[in-house]
Design a protein around this ligand. Structure first.
Ligand code: C5J
Length: 222
């Protein structure tokens, strides 16, 4: 058994049943010309966490523990993109439109791919998801069951959208969840702070939070 110094109290884990899920560290959310910027966001906030996300991935790889990556994306014919998502708001580019990095949020396009610095290694699982939560319309639940995973460490973007949605899905499915505070980011600092606070409120009602250094330290001694 291992333990991570966390809020609101220590996170105990079994190294046989813990995995890292890195949510949507894609060019479309982190680079100019992608989906995030098309919605009017300052994407430089996202690139700033790349070193921390990389440190967390490296800690899991060094410990021989599973790293799972997710990507928010759609089929080229948009058959998995509900009109309510496609037509929402007034972005400068919609999902499926051609941008400077290829078609926005379409599987296989340059802009949809995970950032080079955080690219999955051969053998690591990559979940393509059409929604904000990684359990919706994906094989993630079945894969975790087959792997015997019961505890999940989360990193990625954005804190209050895809990360929080997936943590809540996981929490309801019986997983212990911990969020790496400095390896997640939002376009809105106040939303990140609020998400971290609400996750760990009420005795870890959704889960725990801890910095990457504390998670890495916990893995080293497990
Ligand atoms: C968003 C995400 N924000 N990965 N996606 O649309 O959080």
């Amino acid at each position: 058994m291992g333990s991570i110094v966390a809020e609101p109290f220590a996170f105990s884990f079994d190294r046989k049943s813990i995995a890292l899920i890195v949510i949507d560290m894609q060019r479309d959310f982190a680079m100019p010309g992608g989906f995030g910027e098309s919605l009017g966001n300052d994407v430089s906030r996202i690139t700033a966490i790349v070193p921390a996300v990389r440190a967390l991935i490296d800690a899991f790889r060094a410990a021989g523990l599973p790293v799972i990556h997710t990507m928010e994306c759609h089929r080229p014919d948009l058959s998995d993109c509900p009109p309510a998502k496609l037509n929402r708001g007034t972005p400068s580019l919609r999902i499926g439109d051609k941008g400077p990095m290829g078609r926005i949020l379409i599987a296989g396009e340059h802009g949809t791919a995970i950032l080079d610095e955080l690219a999955p290694m051969v053998g690591e699982i990559v979940i393509e998801k059409p929604g904000k939560g990684a359990f919706y319309a994906t094989p993630l639940g079945e894969i975790l069951k087959q792997m015997g995973i019961r505890q999940l460490v989360f990193a990625g973007v954005t804190t209050e959208v895809c990360v929080q949605t997936t943590m809540r899905e996981a929490n309801d499915r019986g997983y212990d969840c911990i969020l790496a505070e400095d390896a997640t980011e939002s376009y809105f600092p106040e939303f990140k702070a609020a998400t971290i606070a609400m996750i760990r409120a009420q005795g870890a009602i959704v889960g725990w939070t801890a910095p990457v250094s504390a998670i890495a330290e916990g893995l080293t001694h497990a």
